[in-house]
Design a protein around this ligand. Structure first.
Ligand code: S3P
Length: 233
């Protein structure tokens, strides 16, 4: 097992207490409790050498992952696939809002207005991030760009991931599925291209504050899921 595997475990999980590789020797009690298992480990290096223990550790892995990016960047579908691969629960913020408000997103926009939507979006985001349990959270496209949401996301003990896609890809996908998206539902195809170009430009500075950025153009969803999995697990 290589140094980077050790570093991955140390830095991508809540186990910040695990010291850098080779820096100290720890006794078996400490390591056993750290991994919540009863196998005897003499040094920290032993941990990374032992695939069996690593696999036990991976099965018990806990983390909060927040997927963000523009509309149609794949947050919900990649969230679902990552959830089935990792076993972590998936929360889709739009679905959460629909369930709590008992209204569709389109109806919230048309009946209560976007300002109301942004207010409750921020409230529900904070509510979810305060949960003790771990999860994968797919945000709405605008979530990180309003109030101090991006700060709240990054201050929570969570790994934020920006799913980055080009204007062309996003606009093509949105043209195919614009009806359920109130911000673009009334635009024609050319207007959607122009809208996405300007809007993405305005929002990129928020998206780029995510801890990790992943380029998704030209990749299948499963490939993006693998990339995230290999980075974090
Ligand atoms: C929005 C994106 C939508 C939804 C709402 C507003 C936005 O979510 O939250 O229509 O401002 O970009 P998706 O990104 O899942 O479409």
């Amino acid at each position: 097992m290589c140094i980077s595997a050790h570093e991955k475990i140390r830095t991508s999980t809540n186990l910040r207490s695990l010291p850098p590789q080779g820096s100290v020797s720890t006794n078996s009690t400490t390591c056993a409790s750290l991994f919540d298992c009863k196998y005897s480990i003499n040094t920290v290096d032993d941990i990374v050498k032992n695939d069996f223990i690593l696999s036990i550790f991976e099965k018990n892995l806990k983390m909060k992952i927040v997927l963000l990016g523009y509309m149609a960047s794949g947050k919900s579908s990649i969230g679902r696939k990552l959830s089935s691969k990792t076993g972590l629960a998936l929360i889709d913020l739009d679905d959460y809002i629909v369930e709590r408000e008992k209204m569709t997103i389109s109806n919230i926009f048309s009946e209560k207005g976007e300002i109301y939507f942004r207010k409750i979006e921020g409230i529900y985001l904070a509510e979810i991030l305060n949960k003790k349990e771990d999860f994968i959270l797919s945000l709405g496209g605008g979530t990180p760009c309003y109030g101090n949401n991006i700060q709240i996301i990054n201050d929570a003990n969570a790994t934020s991931i920006y799913l980055q896609a080009s204007v062309k890809k996003l606009a093509e996908r949105l043209i195919a599925k614009k009806q359920k998206r109130p911000l673009i539902a009334s635009l024609n195809d050319d207007q959607i291209f122009e809208f996405v170009g300007k809007h993405l430009f305005e929002r990129t500075r928020f998206y780029e504050q995510a801890k990790i950025s992943i380029k998704t153009d030209g990749k299948k969803k499963n490939e993006v899921v693998e990339e995230i999995y290999n980075l974090l697990f």
